[in-house]
Design a protein around this ligand. Structure first.
Ligand SMILES: [Zn+2]
Length: 389
C-alpha cells in the first residue's frame, strides 16, 4: 500500500474513533519492526523521527529507508518529523521524505510558539504537508525519552487551544492533559474533562505525547475524546533493550540481539495498534485516504555556445540553488552516454508533491537561477513533469 496523506488519515481516525500510533524509529531495525507490527495488525501506521534523536543516526539515511520501506508495506504509512524545533528542521525533514511535520516550540513563551509554528505552517501548507503544533507542555520524568523534555508540566487550556489553532493554522494539536514523556512510576492521572473541553473548542485531530505506561482503559478514554494520534517510543526502546540484553548476557551474537529487539518492537506495535483501535483498518484507510504522490521534473537540454567552459560551474550553482527550495527532495544532473544523443544533459528534480512543484515554480531561488543562467544559456530544452506511481 502507498504512503497516504496524514491529514486524511487522522481525519479518518477521529471520525471513526480510533488513534494511529506514531512510533519513533532510531535505526533501520525499528523501521522494519514497526511496519511488521502494523502489518500483523493490519493497521495504518506513522513512522516518526524525532529531531533530538538525530545525534544517534544520520536522519537523511533513515528517512530514505523509511520511504523505501513504506513503498513496500502492506499497510498505509505516513512519515513524520517528531518535535522539530525550527523552520529549518521542518524543511530538512520534508526534503528527506516526511509528509507530515511537528513543530514543537511549546517550551517558548506563547507569542514565540505562535510565530515559530506559523512560519512552519506557511512553508508546509504550500507543499500540501500538514503540521502538528503543541500547546501546553508535556515534560519528561524518567528513561531515555525523558531528558529531552526538561521543565515542568503545563496543561493545555481549551480557550488557549482555540486561539492557538486560529493563530497558527495547525492541522493537529498535541495537548498536555497529564501524560509525560518517558517511563512512568504508576499510571498518570489524566484530566479527561479538560480533554473533552479542548475537543469541543477545536475540531481538529488531537495528539497525545508520552503514551508509554498508560492503561488500556486510559487510551480508550483519550480516543473517545478526540485523540487520533498517539506518540509512542519509550516502551518500544525498553522492550528492545531488554530483549537484546537477554541475548547478549547469554553470550549470543549481536545479530541474535538485533533479531530479539526487532521481535519485541514488532509485538509492542501490534499490541498497541489493537489497543488504539487501529487494527483491521488498513483497507478502509486505503479507500478513504488520498495516496501521497511525489512529482518529478525532467529537463533534457543542451548548453548553448554562450555557456562554453562554464557548464560545470552553472550546473553546480543550479544544484545548490534548487536543493535549497522547500519541497525539493533531489536534484541531479546527468550527461548523455552517447555522442550523438539529441540532448546532452538532463536535470532530474524530485519534489515532495504536486503542490511543491507549484511552490517551486514561484520560489525566488529557482526563478533567479532560471532567469539569470538557465534560460539564457540553455535555449534548446524539453521538459516533462510527471507523478510517481
Ligand atoms: Zn513527544
Amino acid at each position: 500500500m502507498p504512503l497516504v496523506r496524514l491529514d486524511d488519515l487522522l481525519r479518518h481516525a477521529r471520525a471513526h474513533r480510533y488513534a494511529v500510533g506514531a512510533y519513533d524509529a532510531v535505526d533501520a531495525h525499528f523501521i522494519d519492526a514497526i511496519l511488521a507490527g502494523a502489518e500483523a495488525a493490519q493497521a495504518p501506521v506513522i513512522i516518526s523521527f524525532a529531531e533530538s534523536h538525530y545525534a544517534h543516526y544520520d536522519p537523511a539515511l533513515l528517512f530514505a529507508a523509511a520511504r523505501d520501506a513504506a513503498r513496500r508495506a502492506a499497510v498505509p504509512v505516513a512519515i513524520f518529523l517528531d518535535h522539530g524545533a525550527s523552520l529549518e528542521a521542518a524543511v530538512a525533514a520534508i526534503r528527506w521524505g516526511a509528509n507530515g511535520v511537528m513543530v514543537d516550540a511549546s517550551h517558548l513563551p506563547d507569542a514565540e510558539n505562535v510565530a515559530t509554528t506559523r512560519a512552519v505552517v506557511d512553508m508546509a501548507h504550500a507543499l500540501d504537508i500538514p503540521v502538528e503544533g503543541e500547546l501546553g507542555y508535556v515534560p519528561g520524568v524518567e528513561g531515555e525519552d525523558a531528558q529531552r523534555h526538561a521543565g515542568a508540566l503545563r496543561l493545555t487550556s481549551p480557550e488557549e487551544a482555540k486561539d492557538f489553532v486560529a493563530a497558527t493554522g495547525v492541522d493537529f494539536l498535541a495537548v498536555s492533559v497529564g501524560t509525560v514523556h518517558g517511563r512512568l512510576r504508576g499510571a498518570p492521572r489524566l484530566d479527561l474533562e479538560r480533554l473533552a473541553a479542548i475537543a469541543e473548542a477545536v475540531s481538529l485531530p488531537l495528539v497525545i505525547h508520552g503514551g508509554t505506561g498508560l492503561l488500556d482503559t486510559q487510551f480508550h478514554a483519550l480516543i473517545e475524546r478526540g485523540v487520533a494520534k498517539i506518540n509512542y517510543y519509550t516502551a518500544l526502546a525498553d522492550a528492545a533493550a531488554q530483549a537484546a540484553q537477554g541475548e547478549l548476557v547469554a553470550g549470543r551474537p549481536w545479530t541474535s540481539a538485533l533479531d530479539a529487539a526487532r521481535a519485541a518492537i514488532r509485538k509492542e506495535v501490534e499490541r498497541t495498534s489493537r489497543v488504539f483501535g487501529a487494527a483491521g483498518r488498513a483497507q478502509a484507510v486505503r479507500e478513504a485516504c488520498r495516496p501521497w504522490r511525489e512529482l518529478e521534473h525532467l529537463i533534457l537540454f543542451n548548453w548553448s555556445e554562450t555557456a562554453s567552459g562554464r557548464e560545470a560551474e552553472f550546473e553546480e550553482e543550479g544544484r545548490r540553488a534548487l536543493l535549497a527550495v522547500p519541497g525539493v527532495r533531489e536534484v541531479d544532473i546527468g550527461e548523455a552516454l552517447h555522442e550523438n544523443a539529441r540532448y546532452r544533459r538532463a536535470w532530474f528534480i524530485r519534489l515532495a508533491s504536486p503542490a511543491a512543484e507549484a511552490a517551486y515554480m514561484r520560489d525566488a531561488r529557482h526563478l533567479d537561477y532560471a532567469d539569470r543562467i538557465f534560460r539564457p544559456h540553455a535555449a534548446d530544452r524539453l521538459k516533462i513533469d510527471y507523478i510517481r506511481r
